[in-house]
Design a protein around this ligand. Structure first.
Ligand code: PMP
Length: 459
């Protein structure tokens, strides 16, 4: 594999000016813009072209939104058709042919056990709003207020969604251990670790002195994304389904990031065969435009009219683009393609770990892939647990990727996981180019980490 020396990033005036003005005008809370100082001006498929004339392979895909990549012809065609038809672009939650077609296409893809008897609520345009709607729905339906959520979870930035996310401490949310192999909270990993987590969940729910009131619902991600690309084992998901069914607790699957073929099944819950009571959907369902819904068992529909309102629930262009995306993924077997290509990429990355001791773990499902970077020189833990995560190295790898024209995301508890979320349309050649650039970036980042480390000290 060719090791390219990092090319100096040239910043022409326009590009530099835009970045400078962004830094001056936008809030300190800006995120991606900090680690990815690029100014996209054109994009197609996997490729983004910056104002500096450089081209990048985009494996961030709008945080997993672009199932078909940038400006896919099918999506553009659907948007143009909606515009040319003279249909209104925004109509609150009124019925329209575009919305009718979107809902029909969405229901055609849902797990059968849910589609037969489902209701859909169009929410405000972000995933986080759909999460809020899901919580409100199960609280209304059950008359209870507490929620069960998992360590490492990410559900959004509005108050309720944030409370259910891993970093929060809301008293109404009971935090349960999410199973993970590499950093198993019980120190055993695998099936045994997942089973211990499930038993902890059961004990909390059944012990009258656990201090956990009967909850309104349980929310989980079938594969934790922001938490560091951690797939939940299928058996554990089935256990969560059993535990919640037996205790009449609605199960909410947050498929905002895992949906629309991303994990190698149309919806990630299909891997385990579970049918949730509520599914939270956003990102790819809008075919690159903002759209969010919840779909749920109709028995839960105890809402009064207006219980979850919002002005922007009728974005016709997003529905047109979304319907076209859902249909294209379904008709072209792109979930299956994600499964095959994702498995191959995982295997190749695992192979790479042999040459890069800083790769602690490679994991994922379909085209949702994570590489956890660790400090290989840290003294081995007496209990055999994983070495410390290496966030600085991960940040350096991200920068080296960018220098080589590859956009990757960081995630995980300490931002030590390099994440790949390429479009499902990724070709074999593009996949090879992505992995080549990532391998070169790893080599370069390791080399400069060693140059910075005085002899005898861990890097
Ligand atoms: N749930 C999950 C699983 C997510 O990954 C995200 C966003 N990364 C959200 C909810 C929130 O979506 P949004 O940023 O559109 O509010």
């Amino acid at each position: 594999m060719a090791v390219t020396e990092p090319a100096p990033v040239v910043l022409p005036a326009a590009h530099e000016g835009i970045l400078r003005r962004q830094t001056l005008r936008e809030s300190a809370a800006r995120t991606y813009a900090r680690s990815l100082p690029i100014v996209p001006v054109r994009a197609r498929g996997l490729t983004i072209e910056g104002a500096d004339g450089r081209r990048y392979l985009d494996c961030l895909s709008g945080a997993g939104t672009l199932a078909l990549g940038h400006n896919h012809p099918v999506v553009l065609e659907a948007i143009k058709k909606a515009i040319d038809s003279g249909a209104p672009l925004h109509v609150l939650d009124l019925a329209t042919p575009v919305k009718d077609a979107f809902t029909t296409e969405l229901f055609a893809t849902l797990p059968a056990g849910l589609a037969d008897n489902a209701r859909v609520q169009f929410c405000g345009p972000a995933g986080t709003d759909a999460v809020e709607a899901a919580f409100k729905l199960v609280r209304t339906a059950t008359g209870r207020s507490g929620l069960l959520a998992f360590t490492g979870a990410y559900h959004g930035m509005t108050s309720g969604a944030l409370d259910a996310s891993g970093g929060a401490t809301d008293v109404r949310v009971t935090r349960l251990p999410f199973p993970q192999n590499y950093r198993c909270p019980f120190g055993v990993g695998g099936e045994r670790g997942a089973e211990l987590g499930a038993r902890w969940t059961e004990t909390l729910l059944d012990d009258p002195k656990s201090g956990v009131p009967a909850p309104a619902g349980m929310i989980l991600e079938p594969v934790q994304g922001e938490g560091g690309v951690i797939p939940a084992p299928d058996d554990w998901l089935r256990r969560m389904r059993d535990i919640t069914t037996t205790r009449s607790i609605p199960l909410i699957a947050d498929e905002v990031q895992t949906g629309v073929g991303r994990t190698g099944a149309f919806w990630a819950v299909e891997h385990s065969g579970i049918v949730p009571d509520v599914m939270v959907l956003s990102k790819a369902i809008g075919g690159s435009l903002p759209l969010a819904v919840i779909v749920y068992r109709s028995e839960l529909d105890a809402w009064e009219p207006g219980a979850h309102a919002g002005t922007f629930r009728g974005n016709q262009l997003a529905m047109a683009a979304g319907a076209a995306t859902l249909a294209h993924v379904r008709e072209n077997g792109l979930a299956e393609r994600a499964a095959t290509l994702g498995a191959r990429m995982l295997g190749q990355l695992q192979g790479l770990a042999a040459d890069h001791p800083c790769i602690g773990d490679v994991r994922g499902k379909g085209l949702m892939i994570g590489v956890e970077l660790v400090d290989p020189d840290a003294p081995a833990a007496p209990d055999g647990s994983a070495p410390p995560v290496a966030p600085d190295l991960a940040a350096a790898v991200q920068q080296e990727c960018l220098r080589r024209g590859l956009i990757v995301e960081l995630g995980g508890r300490h931002s030590g996981v390099v994440r790949l979320l390429p479009p499902l349309t990724l070709t074999d050649e593009q996949a090879a180019a992505v992995l080549d650039r990532l391998a070169d970036a790893l080599t370069a980042a390791e080399r400069s980490a060693h140059r910075r480390t005085p002899p005898g000290l861990p890097c």
